[in-house]
Structures are given as C-alpha cells and as structure tokens.
Design a binder for this molecule. Structure first.
Ligand SMILES: [Zn+2]
Length: 150
C-alpha cells in the first residue's frame, strides 16, 4: 500500500513540476519585462541575423513571419536553417533565442542553450543584459556555464 501511495505522489509531482523548457521561458519572460531588448522590423531583423551569422561563421538563416499559434512566438527549423516568428516586430531576445537553437548541438532548452543565449546577448546586445540573464538563470536553479566562460 505504501508503495502505491508513494508512486501516486511522485506522479503528481511530475505533473505539477514545470519542465526545464517552461522554467527557461519563465526566466526569459521576467528578464524581458525587466530589461526589454529592442524590437526590430523584419528587414532589420534579417540584416541583424546576417551580421550575427557572419560573425559566428554560419550560414545566414532565413527569417519568416507567419501565423504561429498564439503560444508560440518563434520556432527554429534546423534542416531548413530557418527562423519563424509570429510578430512582425520580433524582439532581439526572441531572435537570439531562436538563433541559439540553430547553433546548439542539443535541440532542447538545457545548459548548452542557456549558455549560448547569454553569450549572444553579451556579444550582440549588451554586457549588462547578459550579466542579468545569467544571474536570473542561476537564481532560478537553471544551470549555465560560468559568466566568464560565455
Ligand atoms: Zn526555444
């Protein structure tokens, strides 16, 4: 009986515990509210992503805007090397989030992804933005490489 009760409780915990992706999104949302990054037109965003791609030594991603579901602000398609956004004025944070997916070997929202996102912010937005997001990931218990390494 005890075994059964325990496994039921574990099951509930798993259902109510936010996933690593949800926790990462929550930190990014709080960060965007506290230190908003600029929004860019699609033309500006395309140019900005090309500059970043040049700098990172990767192909220019194709940027598309379309009717994604309300809950999805952006998507990265690795095979097509394409970033899709829902809004016509995507934020720099959203663009860097999707760009980080393109360049990361792991396609999840794990440590490699968070480290890459912080590095992109530091390089293409500002040191202060990068330092703050790094701090927020760390306080939320989400792993990320030390800031000096980004
Ligand atoms: Zn993502």
């Amino acid at each position: 009986m005890r075994w059964v009760r325990t496994s039921v409780r574990l099951g509930l915990d798993e259902m109510t515990k936010p996933t690593e992706a949800q926790q990462t999104y929550a930190v990014e949302d709080a960060f965007q509210a506290e230190m908003p990054t600029k929004t860019l037109s699609l033309a500006e965003a395309t140019t900005w992503l090309a500059i970043i791609a040049d700098d990172e030594g990767v192909d220019y991603p194709l940027l598309l805007q379309g009717n994604l579901s309300r809950r999805t602000d952006g998507l990265a398609f690795n095979d097509e090397w394409c970033i899709a956004v829902r809004k016509k004025q995507p934020s720099e944070l959203l663009l860097l989030h999707e760009m980080a997916h393109l360049v990361c070997a792991n396609k999840n929202h794990g440590r490699e992804f968070r480290t890459q996102l912080v590095r992109f912010l530091r390089r293409y937005v500002s040191l202060l933005h990068a330092a703050r997001l790094h701090e927020m990931f760390t306080s939320a218990g989400l792993s990320v490489d030390p800031f000096t390494a980004t």
